[in-house]
Ligand binder design. Structure first.
Ligand SMILES: Cc1cc2nc3c(=O)[nH]c(=O)nc-3n(C[C@H](O)[C@H](O)[C@H](O)COP(=O)(O)OP(=O)(O)OC[C@H]3O[C@@H](n4cnc5c(N)ncnc54)[C@H](O)[C@@H]3O)c2cc1C
Length: 424
């Protein structure tokens, strides 16, 4: 039975928003819970959109966070296909695109992120794609099927996680794939060159072509369809479809217009403390849009990963209920490409680590890579090695110095790793 005296509103019907709604009920909140999302689909998970769903192996029903009937059963008032266009903080009121006004006692912003757009000629052609929503995946899937049948070419701008996963799916359809990337290796800004090279090799073995050190400069086409692309170093590549996979930008416009503090720096996001509170004590943020001011790994830190949406939504819900919350989880990401599955924990972009140490068989792609600074583990990537994430994250969290040689020895269980020998 819902008591109407307290109303908690969640803006954003993605994973963070829907998991926050679930957590409010699980924690015993009996007030109104209103979840507003601008997509028409019920909240769903996005990782399959570049993996099983795109490849055609995952059914549509499998991507949804809850069955549609779950929301009514949990007394969640779900507004789908509705955009929140204004946040009036002094009045504690929201305005929807259709003019509806809603008052809140506590508000959670879980507005996620949106794909960055290419700012070059030709991006309005119909066969230029982005990948964030189910509808994007449906369209891309149709095109990959056609490309596979016609030996057509897909050009992907960006060798990040999504670009690489789509490259793998496209090769499985039989499409020709060229990936254009300004850095010298894939995933360079996340993993650095050492592991980036491994991903380049993996994809090249599967027939993907890379053009490193260049950006797309122009897309040429006719009748809405792409015919070729030109890179800024003057090369031309055949193309029938182009995917812009150049990252995502947090959806902060609502927060910004309402005068909430935003995070400094290029990553942006709505600034939150470790309890996921924004600069307004009645407004919280979680998921891709939230940027933690400080974390044990430095800050500001905005994490655009599934596990962060899964965990920070419920953490924000508990915080809205007045519970003590310190959200300091180790960043975690997973990916599947061809027959290679991997999990990455931690944070170690180039410039933050001084060596990469591997244990296991790198050539067979069954290993764990560790990024170290001063013998302390900053991050770990397990590739086709499973059930080690907790141990890897313990090493990261503990900050204990480890001996790199012992770390590389697969016969020493990770939990037994001792401190590095004294070098003095
Ligand atoms: C193709 C793809 C593959 C991915 N694969 C992986 C992976 O393998 N591993 C991994 O860890 N992560 C992966 N991710 C990232 C992961 O999916 C995101 O981190 C996660 O979806 C973030 O959830 P969220 O709820 O914060 O935001 P979102 O999922 O973006 O949800 C936010 C929702 O809010 C809506 N919204 C925004 N503004 C408003 C408004 N004003 N009014 C109403 N509604 C609004 C948006 O339309 C959206 O529906 C992938 C992402 C994509 C796109």
């Amino acid at each position: 039975m819902v008591d109407a005296h307290r109303t908690f509103v969640i803006v954003g019907g993605g994973l963070a928003g829907s998991k926050a709604a679930e957590a409010l009920r699980a924690e015993g909140f009996t007030g109104r819970v209103i979840l507003i999302g601008d997509e028409r689909d019920h909240p769903y998970e996005r990782p399959p959109l570049s993996k099983g769903y795109l490849a055609g192996s995952d059914e549509r029903e499998s991507v949804f966070v809850h069955e549609p009937a779950w929301y009514a059963g949990a007394d969640i008032e779900l507004h789908l296909g509705q955009t929140v266009v204004r946040l009036d903080r002094p009045a504690k009121r929201l305005e929807l695109g259709d003019g509806t006004r809603l008052n809140y006692d506590k508000l959670l912003l879980a507005t996620g992120a949106e794909p960055r757009r290419l700012d070059i000629p030709g991006t309005s052609l119909a066969s230029v794609h982005h990948l964030r929503r189910i509808a994007h995946a449906d369209r891309l899937r149709g095109r990959l099927t056609a490309l596979g049948q016609e030996n057509g070419h897909l050009v992907i701008a960006g060798a990040g996680w999504i670009g690489l996963e789509v490259a793998a799916a496209a090769r499985e359809y039989g499409a020709e794939v060229t990936v254009v990337e300004p850095e010298p290796t894939p995933l360079h800004s996340v993993l650095g060159p050492e592991m980036g090279t491994l991903f380049a090799d993996l994809h090249q073995e599967h027939g993907v072509r890379f053009h490193f050190g260049a950006r797309l400069a122009k897309i040429t086409g006719a009748d809405g369809m792409v015919q070729s692309v030109r890179t800024d170093d003057g090369d031309e590549h055949p193309a029938h479809d182009v995917l812009a996979a150049i990252g995502a930008a947090p959806r902060t416009s609502l927060a910004e217009a309402a005068g909430l503090e935003l995070a400094p720096g290029p990553s942006g996001g709505v600034a939150v403390d470790s309890a996921l509170r924004t600069s307004d004590p009645d407004v919280y943020a979680a998921g891709d849009v939230a940027s933690l001011r400080e974390t044990p790994w430095g800050g500001p830190l905005r994490v655009e990963h599934w596990a962060n949406a899964l965990n920070s939504g419920p953490a924000a819900a508990r915080s809205m209920l007045g519970r003590d919350v310190v959200y300091d989880r180790v960043p975690y990401f997973f990916s599947d490409q061809y027959d290679v599955g991997m999990e990455f924990s931690g944070y170690a972009p180039p410039g933050t680590y001084d060596q990469v140490v591997c244990r296991g068989d790198v050539a067979k792609r069954e290993f764990i890579a560790f990024w170290l600074r001063d013998d302390r583990v900053l991050a770990g990537l397990n590739v086709n090695v499973w059930d080690v994430t907790a141990a890897v994250q313990d090493l990261i969290r503990s900050g204990t110095p480890v001996d790199p040689q012992t770390l590389a020895d697969p016969d020493v269980p990770l939990p037994d790793l001792g401190p590095a020998p004294d070098k003095g």
